[in-house]
Design a protein around this ligand. Structure first.
Ligand SMILES: N[C@@H](CCC(=O)N[C@@H](CS)C(=O)NCC(=O)O)C(=O)O
Length: 390
């Protein structure tokens, strides 16, 4: 605005001097310059318009930002309302995972990317407990399959409840809620969902909606007899570590070079069966846009999460931290003789990079394989189902 005012003041000053009071050549020469130029007027006009448009855009942007900040401030500490869908969104399942040992009666649909670490974590949980579910494979570029949801990430687990369908967002919340349900089925899914409210949070990372209780199991007085307080606290700590530390070592590793980024996306396409679910153009878009974008983003993530210059070192370090913690607990798994939710989380996350060089390198350069194959066996055999009552 200040530029605009100064600019119009200068042009007013010039036209005042152009009143016929100054007669000599110098003045005439000056007048010539001032009066003559159509081009100058044209430039002036263009500049004025540009400045006005620029000013308007700037003001609009500033106004929007102020409005957004005000809304975010208003949302601080507020619970975000979640709704039950009356009808299931009309998106056909890509496939069904049917388990013969499922006695839960749950009707679940998982909206996912096959190789998203958070989706792998949820699938690992469902597979370990032998729970059946439908899968909807989501296009990671267009995300049309989750257009019905305000939450724009995956996984989303849609659970059939009385009166409709309850979308459950966030992998750790989904696992905590289902685990609480499996522990005591007298509490319905919809009731348990109320214990995991989403709250508006503002901090140095900006505004976001966070499920504050997402690592808590709602035992409500029925803590399993074989669990100590220490078991519960450790499990929670390592589940959080998996989400907040471990998972951040993956992207910079699997997208380390453009070649690795393409390898990773081609593998995503293979295990996500993109050829089967998406038209060729959409698959090509997903692979090419995805690989290029993630190769570039991977470098930013490396900085943001303070990974070492050789990002493989950071991956190995975290895997070793995990394996040492298991040794210190003294069992085969973090949960002792059987996997707990932190074992399922770390295994699920690692499963998402099985087809990448980073995973092969991790097997060669750490002692991961013993724990990893034991986990693979337990999940494949739905071992968790044996600890569930019918
Ligand atoms: N905290 C969430 C994180 C979910 C998340 O970040 N999912 C990614 C995929 S791995 C996503 O959907 N990102 C948005 C996008 O793809 O545009 C969870 O645990 O479920």
């Amino acid at each position: 605005m200040a530029v605009l005012c100064r600019f119009s003041r200068a042009s007013r000053h010039l036209s005042l001097k152009n009143t016929g009071l100054w007669e000599d050549n110098l003045v005439r020469a000056f007048r010539t310059v001032v009066q003559e130029p159509k081009p100058t007027r044209g430039i002036l006009k263009t500049c004025l318009i540009s400045a006005a448009v620029g000013g308007a855009i700037g003001a609009g942007y500033a106004f929007q930002k102020i409005e957004r900040d005000r809304k975010h401030l208003e949302m601080e500490g507020h619970q975000i309302a979640t709704e039950i869908l009356k009808y299931k969104p009309p998106i056909p399942a890509s496939r069904q995972v049917l388990s013969s040992v499922d006695s839960t009666g749950l009707k679940l649909t998982l909206f996912q990317y096959q190789t998203c670490p958070f989706c792998c974590k949820v699938r690992t949980f469902l597979d370990y407990y032998g729970i059946s579910y439908d899968v909807v494979e989501v296009d990671p570029v267009l995300r049309n399959e989750i257009k019905w949801s305000k939450y724009r990430k995956v996984p989303i687990l849609l659970a059939k409840v009385d009166g409709g369908y309850r979308p459950l967002n966030d992998s750790s919340m989904i696992v905590s809620l289902l685990s609480s349900y499996l522990n005591d089925r007298s509490h319905k899914i919809d009731e348990l969902a109320t214990y995991f409210p989403s709250i508006g949070v503002n901090d140095d990372k900006g505004y976001r909606e966070e499920i504050v209780n997402k690592y808590f199991l709602m035992y409500q007085g029925s803590v399993p007899k074989d669990r100590t307080l220490n078991d519960i606290v450790e499990e929670r700590k390592w589940r959080q570590w998996a989400d907040e530390v471990f998972v951040h070592t993956l992207s910079p590793n699997v997208y380390r070079t453009l070649g690795e980024a393409y390898q990773t996306f081609n593998w995503f396409s293979e295990v996500g069966r993109w050829e089967e679910y998406f038209p060729a153009w959409e698959r090509a878009l997903m692979i090419n846009v995805g690989a290029l974008a993630m190769w570039m983003i991977g470098k930013r993530l490396k900085k943001r999460h303070n990974l070492k210059t050789d990002v493989r070192e950071s991956l190995y370090d975290e895997i070793n931290t995990w394996l040492e913690a298991i040794s210190a607990r003294g069992g085969q798994f973090m949960g002792g003789n059987n996997p707990d939710l932190s074992d399922l989380a770390v295994y699920g996350i690692l499963r998402s990079i099985e087809g990448c060089d980073a995973f092969k390198d991790a097997l060669q350069n750490t002692n991961l394989s013993i724990w990893y194959s034991a986990m693979a066996e337990r999940v494949k055999n739905h071992s968790g189902s044996s600890v569930l009552g019918g």
